[in-house]
Ligand binder design. Structure first.
Ligand code: AHM
Ligand code: MG
Length: 335
């Protein structure tokens, strides 16, 4: 008989002792993300009913205004983490500036800041394609008990304490790391519980999938163009398969399971690409490295880049180690 799977709640409690800093605060924080993810999941799953329940801007049966899902997700994650009083600051892709929590209360002892992309790939919502939430957690660098400052958020990715994503796909999963490997939990929607379904996830060292928006090919740097041609060449295990959902979380998730590379390079129209260092690239890079993969801007490790602003963008190449290294080789050779 198969053993009953561990729930996310049980996993968090059991692994609390192995965190570097064990006050229980990080466990509570991950728990609150789990809770908000369930609420957002419920709403995302209703997206197709929008014509029946009322479109954005309409008023629903309870008299509440219908919201765009990315705005809704942003509010839910911020509310959940704020109300439970477990973080001292939040920065969100949806907000212009960071939010300081409890900054008037000198007794608050919260140590963690969260950076979040509440609903990544939200343009996919209208066409029933998977979207995700991405989060990244750091210890503050300014003294506990004082209001957080921008310094607490502009930390290098290598300082992350935890990172993860929720993928609202054919099933809903939470995948996260606290620096001790990557584990994936699948939601059983009938009872609202996440179960450990993917313990110790690992990128295969080699893969056969490349994910890039090839419509932008003409604008890509020479190194990326050369690497794409290499992927398409008939030689050894090539040509590779091209798969691009246009939803970072889903493309990453598939590549981690099957082996592959995701690229959002710079281009002649966007000098740093599109993706945000703090909300998208750093958390995905931490997960990738914890799963035996790699993440780079083409030349440098993503997690070693010193951020200079909250909404900074960087070129992003991420996935199976040998594939990322090959792409980097093409970038160097094209210099
Ligand atoms: P978003 O934060 O505005 O949703 O943008 C991020 C998304 C990623 O999920 C995805 O990989 C990428 O943008 C797709 O961009 P493009 O349509 O330019 O290929
Ligand atoms: Mg995004």
């Amino acid at each position: 008989m198969s053993q009953r799977k561990q729930t996310l709640g049980e996993f968090i409690i059991e692994n609390q002792a192995s965190f570097k800093y064990t006050s229980g605060e990080l466990s509570r924080l991950i728990n609150s993300i789990r809770l908000a993810a369930k609420v957002v999941n419920h709403e995302v799953n209703k997206a197709g009913l929008v014509d029946i329940l009322g479109a954005v801007g309409d008023t629903n049966i309870q008299g509440e205004d219908q919201q765009k899902l990315d705005v809704y997700a942003n509010e839910k994650f911020i509310q959940t983490m704020t109300k439970r009083n477990i973080v001292c600051g939040i920065a969100s892709e949806e907000e212009d500036d960071f939010i300081a929590i409890n900054s008037q209360d000198e007794n608050h002892q919260n140590k963690y800041v969260v950076l979040i992309d509440p609903l990544d790939g939200s343009s996919n919502i209208d066409v029933n394609v998977s979207v995700g939430t991405i989060f990244s957690i750091y210890r503050r660098v300014t003294p506990v008990g004082t209001p957080v400052t921008i310094e607490d958020f502009l930390q290098k990715g290598n300082q992350q304490v935890a990172a993860g994503y929720v993928v609202y796909g054919t099933s809903t999963m939470i995948v996260y790391t606290t620096g001790d490997g990557v584990n994936g939990f699948t939601l059983n929607p009938a009872i609202g519980t996440f179960y450990l379904s993917h313990p110790n996830m690992q990128f295969p060292e080699n893969g056969r999938i490349y994910s890039v928006n090839e419509g932008n090919y003409i604008h890509f740097p020479k190194g990326i163009k050369d690497y794409i041609k290499y992927c398409q060449m008939e030689e050894g295990d090539r040509p590779y398969t091209s798969r691009y959902i246009g939803s970072l979380v889903s493309d990453f998730h598939r590549n981690m399971i099957k082996g592959g590379i995701y690229m959002y390079p710079k281009s002649s129209t966007a000098s740093n690409g599109k993706l945000r260092l703090l909300y998208e690239c750093n958390p995905m890079a931490f997960l990738a490295e914890q799963a035996n993969g790699k993440a780079s801007d083409g030349f440098e490790r993503i997690m070693d880049i010193q951020p200079t602003e909250l909404h900074q963008r960087v070129p992003f190449i991420c996935g199976s180690k040998n594939m990322v290294e090959k792409a980097e080789e093409f970038m160097r050779n094209a210099e």
